[in-house]
Design a protein around this ligand. Sequence first.
Ligand SMILES: NC(=O)c1ccc[n+]([C@@H]2O[C@H](COP(=O)([O-])OP(=O)(O)OC[C@H]3O[C@@H](n4cnc5c(N)ncnc54)[C@H](O)[C@@H]3O)[C@@H](O)[C@H]2O)c1
Length: 248
Amino acid sequence: MRTTWDFTGARALVAGAGGIGAAVTSALAEAGANVLVLDVDEAKMDKVCQGADSVNGLTTDLTSADACRAAVDRSVQLLGGIDVFVHAVGVNDRRPVLETPDEVWERLRAVNLDSAFWLGRAVGAVMVPAGHGRIVFLSSVSGLLAHKDHAPYAATKGGVNQLMRVMAREWAASGVTVNAVAPGYTETDLTRAYLSEPGIRASLETLVPAGRLGRPEDLTGPVLFLASDQAAFVTGQVLYADGGRTLV
Ligand SMILES: NC(=O)c1ccc[n+]([C@@H]2O[C@H](COP(=O)([O-])OP(=O)(O)OC[C@H]3O[C@@H](n4cnc5c(N)ncnc54)[C@H](O)[C@@H]3O)[C@@H](O)[C@H]2O)c1
């Protein structure tokens, strides 16, 4: 796909080296950014950093406030500042509410929502005094629709949407925009096992007007647009990149 964005010299922090985080990292690097990636999974990190001089990684578990603060402090030292922050870490665990134990609720909240607050707050503390910044959270169609067996995941994505809106409002006058991109089902490690269950892929595809599930590359344009200078007057928005899933 032809790159239409210019991020020459931009300092980008991407939390998440998984399917979507890796695609966004490559797109930002191709467009000229220096990218630092955070993830708990060293193997994924190595893969994302391989062969790209402008991409580096910090292996870290983002489920504590201290770890998130330390990761952002270190990122500022390594990059020299942060112009773009993309939050693309996430986990899911599909089961009915009545079969959801405390530890599943707590783990999803910590990875999906708490890290968004902790990292977003630490990044905002750098961007607001600098008078410029772009923050993009990966939300989900689950933040809007009531998918069964998705209670903790849906609650964290609804929470991310509201967290994003309040950050957007508080930081708008400082030149910092905060938005979210909400994918539908996308082919990554997050969905691989579920999609391989009998009949699941076909039944999910019928729910998407575009007739297919998403690919990580489908998210790079929406994320890079919101991270670009061209999106300076767009803030507090959830951009659905879902092949029309939320229309039906
Ligand atoms: N794939 C989809 O269908 C889909 C749909 C809607 C939204 N999303 C969202 O997009 C984002 C990226 O998801 P993806 O599809 O690339 O998934 P993925 O599983 O490929 O990547 C998620 C990454 O998060 C990392 N991670 C998990 N726990 C962590 C922790 N404690 N500390 C640091 N890193 C941790 C994982 O190691 C992994 O690399 C997530 O927020 C996800 O909820 C994905």
